[in-house]
Design a protein around this ligand. Structure first.
Ligand code: C2E
Ligand code: MG
Ligand code: MG
Length: 718
């Protein structure tokens, strides 16, 4: 017999269901099995309760058709077994017992239904189907629950192990969800932030922007929106980290696009980009700053200068560029080493910073050069004030370990538009002006004027050229005669170096000495001048002119060298030049820089018979104090005073004063730059014994001087 049942659509499939038929009557088992197999069910049979329990334990059964009265083990006991072992199976009792107590006991134990034997096949099949529907539905539901749980766990895992902070905000901007990462990255407990406004963690400096993004962008736009914001850490330091935050509006797709209720909130991720930001900042800093002093570098300076020039055109103010070059930095670097040199530069930078205003740009231009930009000045006096301030703050000695060093600064100033209208012009002209300060004894400032030669500013080329010139023997020593004012006879010569340039012709010391002094070249050059002069003049001494005295100029760099005295004496020894015939010319500032050490050096030289002259006297300190303490023999009156003799009475008075002072101190006096007979006569009347100047002759080569010393006929001027 085959009974057809129609299954409603909502029914779950029972095709794979397994049914266990339990009875202690073999016939019963066979009839039920046949009935169910005909319907397509998978069936199994157990003869008696014990066998049923075994099957239930071993195999997966969805439904049990259970007899109650069985010899070995009752159906109730089987049901107890099922309950105790938590076997997930539905039970339909098929029994001859029909007493209420049996039925209710079976139903209480969880039986799905009760069918009385002899059973009605249709009723049985219906009951079996219904029971299976229930059990299969429950099983499918349970499986679904497990899958859901797993899926939820997976998502939670993904969200929590995301490298980013994942968050959700409600419409007001308060946190409704945060993943665990917020603790690791910012130190907050999730619970502390839930319900709080996002403001709580945004760096105050970025709050306005965050507001804008949240209200303007996220509120109105659909789709993602990214921005970089700083979020504050929980720490008390309120340190912030950089985050790239991506916002996604959470939309309610059920509402109309234009509806204000469409946006439910915001979902977002915040990625920590602090390291990248810091790397970017460092690279940026490095590109525009000098790492040693942390000052802006050349590139940033030019950039700011460009900006300042553009602004000055609008506001009608002037832009000042100052070129600062440290004096004597090379000596520190060479004698104390680079580490000390670096420390000195850092200390200098700090002192310089104290002189400038916030709107000014102080930069390290390279080496010991600094540039200062004053972007909006009304008068050159503003720049002068700063220049004086800078010179003043660098006057104090610097302490470098056990050493105390003094550095000065030479400052060139160019002010727009006269000093240049472009970035390059202003820098170059300030540099030119700075070089004029160096050429005039350093440690001072000068404003650029058009009379300063720009071509001379090409220092790099010049430095290379000087190097080559030494190698190619292009330097020459010229000699300017020094005469006795009474006899007008040559009593000595001053060695003055010249550069016989292959293209430029004869180049004078003013054009290359300032630069040579900044490099080691001056030392080499001076050694060479001394050696050459001692050799050449030495030969005159031996050839009938033993009275001729040789004067040699020395650069500060050389004199400041710790081995200056030894080197000079050994040079005399090598050329066999008598020390008594040598006079060294030093300027006042060289002596005054380190009076104590200089006194020792000069005393030592004087002990060996070398004379010492103060060159360009009257232009520097002109202090009487030091003159009496030092072994000075000669004062050379600067030519500016001599030049003025015919013009002003005052200047003539200065010469008077210097000459009478020299007499008082029993010093020899030489007047420099005598060009006219009037000057000669006046100086003679003052009692000035020696003179030097174009009136008696310019500096000329050794051969030409020889013709002067051994003249075929009497002539004075050359
Ligand atoms: P200085 O030692 O004061 O030398 C005198 C300068 O005045 C020389 O210029 C000379 O040519 C110039 N002079 C002499 N008489 C007259 C005159 O009557 N009228 C005018 N207008 N000028 C006159 P020069 O040769 O150009 O040298 C300039 C400076 O360069 C020197 O000033 C000296 O400080 C320095 N110098 C020259 N040779 C050497 C050298 O071998 N070593 C060092 N360290 N410095 C040197
Ligand atoms: Mg001189
Ligand atoms: Mg002089």
């Amino acid at each position: 017999m085959k009974i057809r049942k129609t299954k409603p659509d909502t029914q779950v499939s029972t095709e794979k269901a397994r049914i266990l038929i339990v009875d202690d009557e073999y016939r019963m088992l066979a009839s039920l099995q046949e009935l169910l197999s005909n319907e397509g069910y998978h069936t199994d049979t157990a003869l008696g309760g014990v066998s049923a329990c075994e099957r239930l334990t071993d195999s997966d059964v969805d439904l049990v058709l259970l007899d109650l009265n069985m010899g070995d083990m009752s159906g109730h006991e089987v049901m107890s077994f099922i309950a105790e072992n938590e076997i997930d199976v539905a039970t339909v009792v098929v029994s001859g017992e029909s007493s209420f107590s049996h039925v209710s006991k079976a139903l209480r134990r969880g039986a799905y239904d009760y069918i009385k034997k002899p059973y009605d096949p249709e009723e049985l099949l219906n009951t079996v189907n219904n029971a299976l529907q229930k059990v299969m539905l429950e099983k499918a539901h349970a499986a679904m629950q497990i899958r859901l749980k797993k899926s939820e766990e997976l998502h939670r895992y993904i969200v929590n192990s995301s490298p980013d902070v994942v968050f959700m905000l409600d419409k007001q901007g308060c946190f409704t969800f945060l993943n665990k990462k917020v603790q690791a990255l910012l130190g907050y407990n999730k619970a502390d932030l839930i319900g709080k406004h996002y403001h709580t963690i945004v760096d105050p400096a970025d709050r306005e922007r965050a507001n804008y993004i949240f209200t303007e962008q996220v509120g109105r736009q659909t789709g993602a929106w990214s921005s970089e914001l700083r979020l504050r850490m929980r720490k008390e330091t309120h340190e912030s980290r950089h985050f790239e935050i991506t916002f996604f509006p959470i939309e309610n797709s059920a509402t109309a696009k234009s509806s204000p209720d469409r946006i439910l909130g915001t979902y977002g991720t915040a990625r920590d980009i602090t390291e990248r930001k810091e790397a970017e900042e460092f690279i940026n800093f490095q590109a525009y700053h000098d790492l040693l002093t942390r000052l802006p570098n050349r590139a940033l300076f030019k950039d700011r200068l460009n900006l300042a020039l553009a602004q000055s055109k609008r506001n009608g103010k002037h832009v000042a560029v100052m070129f600062l070059d440290l004096d004597r930095f090379k000596i520190v670097n060479d004698t104390l080493g680079h580490a000390m040199g670096d420390r000195l530069l850092q200390s200098v930078a700090l002192r310089l910073e104290s002189c400038v205003r916030k709107c000014d740009t102080l930069s390290r231009f390279g080496g010991d050069e600094f540039t200062l930009l004053l972007p909006a000045i009304t008068a050159s006096e503003d720049a002068r004030t700063i220049a004086k301030k800078v010179i003043n703050v660098l006057k104090e000695p610097f302490k470098l370990g056990d050493h105390e060093v003094f550095v000065g600064v030479s400052i060139g100033i160019a002010i727009s538009p006269v000093g240049g209208e472009t970035v390059e012009q202003l820098i170059q002209n300030a540099d030119v002006a700075m070089y004029h300060v160096k050429g005039r004894g350093k440690d001072g400032y000068k404003f650029f004027s058009n009379s300063m030669s720009v071509t001379d500013s090409n220092r790099l080329n010049l430095e290379r050229d000087i190097r080559l010139a030494i190698e190619r023997n292009e330097f020459k020593v010229f000699y300017q005669p020094k005469v006795c004012s009474q006899t007008e006879k040559i009593i000595g010569v001053e060695a003055l170096v010249r550069w016989q340039h292959p293209e430029r012709g004869l180049v004078y010391p003013g054009d290359f000495i300032p630069l040579a002094e900044e490099t080691r070249l001056m030392s080499d050059l001076n050694d060479w001048v001394l050696q050459t002069a001692c050799t050449e003049v030495g030969s005159w001494l031996k050839n009938g002119h033993p009275e001729i005295r040789l004067s040699v100029n020395f650069s500060p760099l050389q004199v400041e060298h710790p081995k200056y005295v030894e080197r000079l004496l050994s040079s005399l020894k090598t050329s066999r030049f008598p020390a008594q015939n040598l006079e060294i010319e030093l300027t006042e500032d060289v002596i005054m820089k380190d009076l104590e050490r200089m006194t020792k050096k000069l005393n030592k030289l004087a002990e060996h018979g070398v004379s010492i002259a103060i060159d360009d006297f009257g232009t520097g300190y002109s202090s009487l104090n030091y003159l009496s303490k030092l072994p000075i023999h000669t004062l050379k009156v600067d030519q500016s005073f001599v030049r003025e003799i015919e013009n002003t009475k005052d200047e003539a008075c200065i010469v008077n004063a210097i000459v009478s002072m020299a007499h008082g101190l029993k010093l020899n006096i030489v007047a420099e730059g005598v060009e006219t007979r009037v000057q000669l006569e006046y100086l003679k009347s003052l009692g000035c014994q020696e003179m030097q100047g174009f009136y008696f002759g310019r500096a000329v080569s050794a051969e030409q001087i020889m013709t002067r010393l051994n003249p075929p006929a009497r002539s004075i001027a050359i």
